[in-house]
Ligand binder design. Structure first.
Ligand code: SF4
Ligand code: ZN
Ligand code: ZN
Length: 313
């Protein structure tokens, strides 16, 4: 089968949402072009410094490689966090990640939960369990990762923080927030980043229009050996998101392009809602001084640490 774009090389990938068969080169080029288009809207092409949150998984490798194809790698700094999950945060993986980023000319900085927060994720989870609390690992993990990424962004004076969230993640987030009726969180999504506090480095998702299977294929075709071990806490992920994920896959299978349409249509709605919503600055946490959600005096991270007995009340 010949590639539908260059009409000369052998096709290796079928792209259901466009109905095209593509060769390796045209597929890689297609992904880079689409990431560039989204990056442009999100302001990445004009930024002086961008912090890339990388885990060593396929999405973060695809993020670093695609961005480095049209942004000077000296303007990119990769940031990796070791959560402290036994059997998951492996040394060899960290070494591989460092090598890939070195080859791309991107500097890598790292930290761990243990060094920055004082406890590994495993320790946080067991302390919460010992107190009889049912707080999932992902709740601790997501909150502290967000904080450390923001701290690192400020530290390197980044204009933007880019994460590797893909289209599947983004479509799930849209639907989950609709189902929860969380309008304020919904409005924060959208293709143009929204600044809610001077303490927040703006977060962007350059891969938010790239299917997960495409980020996997891209990493594979580029020869990246990515982290394949699943996080042992994955089964504890919030069930609503897992159900939405399943449902969206069914819909996408029957009607390819559905996920893309959900996110594209949502962007239009978000733009309209933003025009009519007053801009509110986020309040700051009484304990750590970091921004917190509307209506809260203490941020979620500090609250979790107090509940788990890891921070005095
Ligand atoms: Fe963190 Fe949960 Fe992801 Fe594991 S599955 S890395 S605990 S967010
Ligand atoms: Zn081709
Ligand atoms: Zn706090």
């Amino acid at each position: 089968m010949i590639c539908d774009v260059c009409k000369s090389r052998e096709a290796v990938v079928y792209q259901p949402h466009t109905g095209r068969r593509l060769c390796k080169e045209c597929f890689i080029d297609d992904i880079r072009q689409r990431v560039k288009k989204e990056a442009e809207k999100q302001g990445l092409l004009k930024a002086n410094k961008i912090l890339l949150a990388v885990s060593g998984g396929k999405d973060s490798l695809t993020l670093a490689d695609t961005l480095a194809s049209f942004i000077d790698p000296k303007r990119l700094v990769a940031f990796n966090i070791v959560e402290g999950i036994s059997g998951y945060n492996r040394k060899e993986q960290a070494e591989k990640l460092r090598k890939y980023l070195d080859d791309l000319g991107i500097e890598l900085i790292s930290t761990s939960f243990k060094d920055s927060v004082g406890y590994t994720l495993d320790e946080m989870v067991s302390s919460a369990r010992a107190k009889g609390l049912n707080i999932s690992a992902c709740t601790f993990c997501g909150g502290f990762r967000r904080k450390l990424i923001n701290d690192a962004g400020r530290q390197v004076k980044a204009d933007l923080v880019a994460t590797g969230h893909n289209l599947d993640d983004e479509a799930q987030t849209v639907i989950v927030n609709i189902l929860r009726g969380d309008v304020k969180r919904l409005v924060r999504l959208g293709d143009v980043p929204l600044k809610l506090s001077d303490k927040f480095v703006l977060r962007v998702k350059p891969l938010r229009k790239i299917y997960e299977w495409e980020t996997t294929m891209y990493a594979f075709l580029k020869g990246f050996e990515f982290q394949e071990v699943e996080c042992p806490y994955i089964s504890a992920r919030p069930t609503l998101r897992a159900k939405v994920r399943e449902l969206l896959y069914l819909i996408e299978q029957q009607k390819p392009g559905s996920l893309l349409r959900i996110v594209e249509e949502f962007d239009k709605i978000s733009e309209l809602v933003r025009q009519h919503s007053p801009k509110e600055e986020l309040p700051t946490c009484k304990i750590c001084g970091e921004p917190t959600s509307y209506g809260r005096e203490i941020c979620k991270n500090c609250e979790l640490m107090i509940q788990s007995g890891l921070l005095p009340q």
